[in-house]
Each structure stands twice: as C-alpha cells, then as structure tokens.
Design a protein around this ligand. Structure first.
Ligand code: ADP
Length: 305
C-alpha cells in the first residue's frame, strides 16, 4: 500500500503525551504535511526497540493504518523511517484517551485533577463537570460508527475498550489503537502463559474459552464499552480478580445496569452480551438505535436508579 513518508527534519517534538507497549507517544509539530497548513500539531509514536520482527510489525501496521480511513478512526498521516526511532504520525487528539476522559468527567474527577496539576483542561469548549446522558450517547454513537466501518471491512479489532479510543476537540471520539496498548493499563489485561496478554474483562465466553475473535466478539466488547461510558470509566468487574472475572463471564453473569443508564441503553448492552455470537445484535443496528436515542434521549430520573 502507499504508506506516506515524512521527513525527519519536518518533525519537531514538543513533549511526551503517553507511553504505550511499543514506545512513547509525543506531541509534535509537523511541517509540510497538508497543503493548506505550513505546520500542524500531530501525535507521533516512536518505536523504542527496533528488532527485525518489530520492524516488520511496524510496516505491517503502517500499511493497515493507511487503508483504514474513516471519520471515527484516528487519522494516520504516515511514517518516518530515516534512522531511528521508527515513527508513526497521527492526528493529535487533544483530550487523550477516552477512559481518562470519562474518569475526569465523572464523580471522582476532583481527586484526579489534584494529581494532575493545573493548566490542563481549562476552558476551550470541553464539557466541564460531569458528562450528561446526551454526551454519553454521543460518545457511544461515534465509537459504534467506527465499529460499523471496521465490520464492513471484515476487520476484527480484538481489543475494543475506552482506553483504545481517543477524544478530540468538541467531543469528537475516534477509535485509535490497533497495535494493542498494554502498558499503563496493564491491570486490564491478563497474562495467559508466556507473553500473551488478554483483555479478558472485555471478552465474550467464546474468546476466553476458545480464543475465537470475530466481528461478533467485537460486538460483545462494544457492549462493555457502553458500560464503561455509563460508569464514567470504571473497570468492568472491578470488584473481581482476573480469575474470578473469567469464572463470572463464562458462567453467564452480566455486568449490572449502571446507575445513570436508562433501560433503553441497558437493553442495547444486553443485546451485545448474548451468549450465542449469532444472537448478538449487528453493530449496524446498534449504531442506528444509538443515533435515534441521541435525537430523542430517553427521559429518566437518576433517583429511581
Ligand atoms: P501503544 O499502542 O503503543 O500502547 P497508545 O496508543 O496506547 O500506545 O498511546 C499511549 C497514550 O498516548 C494513550 O493512552 C494516550 O493518552 C496518548 N495518545 C496516543 N495517541 C494519541 C493521539 N493521537 N493524540 C493524543 N494522545 C495520544
């Protein structure tokens, strides 16, 4: 595929945004990337270890990312492979990953803010205070839209979770990670012998039991993402250890309805959590249903929860 190449001298690093399993992510200025802008902010992923197999994975991922283009998939601009480190250039999403965003707009936000210092997240059109039902539905609809696109390409994500979605200006949400991000959120994964880390809390019984990953297992994970959105980013089965969570999921126990979640939305979650993969509601239908709910939000009273 035609992976676009960026020159090293056109990338000026500013500061670190985060750390992933494969390297660091930096905010950078990039020159001569788009014709209408001399320079623009981007997020660059730098690959730390460049073994031969890592280099192969890098090029494979770059080719894949070049093909995946959709308004709810984070935009990939290209690579820089002059010397080291190997770099991938992405659109910069100013509010970072969706899990952190949800937590910082939920009931525990005050505590989180103290740990993060001043300056960040002040003003600039971002919803202050807690997210409303309408915000949550907008977020969910956008993730569903990206998933409809991936399913149309028969692309199985395998690791859909709010930590792998990114939030930009004006509450734009995109799916933003395909290379499996498992460092900072390491407690979300369960090591199953050797190096394989599995996001078991997001996985349906057939993925846990038989390692079967399909468009239908992505639908299950989407249901868990909905649950994360309506709990302001809680970890699914947070009260359980990994082995206990596996036990629960394979026995067919369901996550409970979050306090702020209307029954209309909980019904969508439950349609994602049908034990039989073919019984799960297609992601296209889920997307349409969410879109309809965004237009006419259900009336609910929190105190009834
Ligand atoms: P990896 O896939 O290597 O594990 P991630 O994609 O998870 O790395 O990135 C690590 C962190 O960097 C994310 O949790 C997020 O906070 C930040 N980040 C990644 N990509 C972007 C981006 N395009 N814009 C803004 N922040 C980003």
């Amino acid at each position: 595929a035609g992976v676009h190449h960026v020159q090293r001298r056109d990338i000026v690093l500013k500061w670190e945004l985060g750390e992933g399993a494969f390297g660091k992510v930096f905010l950078a200025e990039c020159y001569n990337l788009l014709p209408e802008q001399e320079k623009m902010l981007v997020a660059v992923k730098a690959l730390k270890e460049v073994t031969e197999s890592a280099r192969l994975d890098f090029h494979r991922e770059a080719e894949l990312l070049t093909v995946l283009q959709h308004e709810h998939i984070v935009k990939f601009y290209g690579v820089c492979t002059e010397g080291e480190p190997l770099i991938m250039v992405f659109e910069y999403m100013k509010h970072g990953d969706l899990n952190r965003f949800l937590r910082s707009h939920g009931p525990d936000a005050k505590i989180l803010e103290q740990g993060q210092g001043q300056g960040e997240g002040q003003g600039q059109g971002q919803p202050r205070g807690q997210l409303t039902l309408s915000h949550m539905l907008q977020i969910a609809t956008q993730v569903a839209s990206g998933m409809v696109y991936l399913a149309s390409l028969h692309f199985v994500h395998r690791d859909l979770a709010t930590r792998n979605c990114l939030v930009g200006q004006d509450l734009v949400v995109k799916i933003g990670d395909f290379g499996m991000s498992r460092d900072i959120y390491s407690t979300d994964y369960y090591r199953v012998g050797g190096r394989t880390m599995l996001p078991i809390r997001w996985m349906p019984p057939e993925s846990i039991l038989y390692r079967k990953f399909t468009t239908e297992s992505d639908i299950w994970s989407f249901g868990v993402v909905l649950w994360e959105i309506f709990t302001y980013g809680k970890q699914p089965w947070y009260q359980l250890s990994n082995t206990e969570a596996i036990e629960c999921i394979t026995q067919g126990r369901e996550l409970e309805r979050p306090r702020t979640c209307p029954s209309e939305v909980y019904a969508i979650m439950q349609s994602c959590w049908q034990r039989e993969p073919q019984q799960r509601r297609p992601i296209k239908e889920i997307h349409s249903r969410l879109q309809a709910l965004v237009k006419t939000p259900p009336v609910y009273l929190d105190i009834l929860g």
